[in-house]
Design a protein. Structure first.
Length: 324
């Protein structure tokens, strides 16, 4: 293990949801819990068997650590391990604090040209990497991204990076769609009272064809329906956003057109990839951060996130360091 002085911690929608509702699905908050799972910091102490890190190293933290080497770990899909430790998922504490201890194998050294803030953004970026890999985004792909929150935006960034030739983003909010344009979306659709079929046909007319891939980042029933209708026959829909447990979808439409529906659960094996992309400046996550608060103003930061202001809100845990 290593002991870290925390630096930057992003606030996620799930953090706000636990704070407001005390549960997400089967994960129920029964005792006080420390939130935060998008984080970076500085190593201040290392365990006796840690060889790849030393005090002073700047690191990004992968929040999911398998507790045992089961069949999922052996096949490289450790995110599916049922006993995994995960920061800020009850009953496991997160890292929104000044000092934090973590498994050294899941702390990744940041190159000098990657900031702490970028290091903290590797966590949401990883969701995009994992989703776009599961979707099979490749050279020339046409992609629909439903939802323009932080996770929709990282999927736009990653899809473009992986060679998508056109990305369409849908959202209710004009300001969020503007942000999607900033990070590389080719087309945006502001959804109002459109039916799912209408959204699908608007996507097709903007692209000039149906997209092979839809990445659904809202969890909203109507958006999942639109994603299925919009996807080209033989294509893939990846469900990233989580909504109600039971959702009505046009499953026969998907079945007879051989549209594959895939889920994702967090990510795995993405930190080294993300660090390489950030270090080589192939991907720019900096525009995602719109607000910064010191740790003392955490409540204000959470209230701001809850109101849906900005995109990604970052908390600064180390008062001695003003460097972003």
């Amino acid at each position: 293990e290593v002991l870290l002085r925390m630096h930057s911690v992003g606030i996620c929608g799930s953090d706000v949801h636990y704070w407001q509702h005390g549960r997400i699905g089967d994960f129920v908050v029964k005792d006080p819990i420390v939130l935060g799972h998008e984080a970076s910091g500085t190593v201040i102490q290392v365990g006796s068997r840690v060889t790849h890190l030393k005090p002073g190293d700047r690191v990004a933290i992968e929040p999911g650590v398998p507790r045992e080497v089961d069949e999922f770990c052996k096949t490289g899909r450790y995110n599916l391990s049922p006993t995994i430790f995960f920061c800020a998922t009850p009953p496991d504490n997160g890292n929104l604090c000044r000092f934090y201890k973590h498994n050294a194998s899941y702390c990744y050294k940041l190159p000098d040209n990657v900031t702490f803030e970028e290091g903290a953004l590797i966590e949401p970026l990883s969701v995009g990497i994992h989703a776009c890999k599961r979707a099979g985004v490749t050279l020339g792909s046409k992609v629909l991204v439903c939802g323009s929150g932080p996770i929709g935006l990282v999927n736009v960034l990653v899809a473009k990076m992986m060679g998508a030739s056109a990305v369409v983003v849908t959202d209710l909010s004009a300001s969020r769609l503007q942000k999607a344009k900033e990070v590389g979306a080719d087309f945006t659709i502001q959804v109002k009272n459109n039916t799912p079929q209408e959204v699908a046909s608007e996507v097709e007319s903007l692209l000039g064809c149906m997209p092979e891939i839809t990445v659904e980042c809202t969890g909203v029933q109507a958006c999942i329906q639109a994603g299925i209708y919009a996807t080209r026959s033989g294509g893939t829909v990846v469900l990233v956003g989580l909504g109600p447990e039971m959702v009505t979808v046009p499953i026969v439409n998907a079945a007879v057109r051989e549209v594959d529906i895939r889920g994702i659960f967090r990510y795995c094996n993405t930190w080294p990839v993300a660090i390489a992309l950030l270090a080589s400046k192939k991907i720019n996550v900096k525009p995602l951060v719109t607000h910064r608060f010191p740790l003392e103003k955490a409540l204000e930061a959470f209230e701001t996130t809850k109101r849906g202001e900005g995109v990604k809100i970052m908390l600064k845990c180390d008062p001695s360091d003003s460097n972003p």
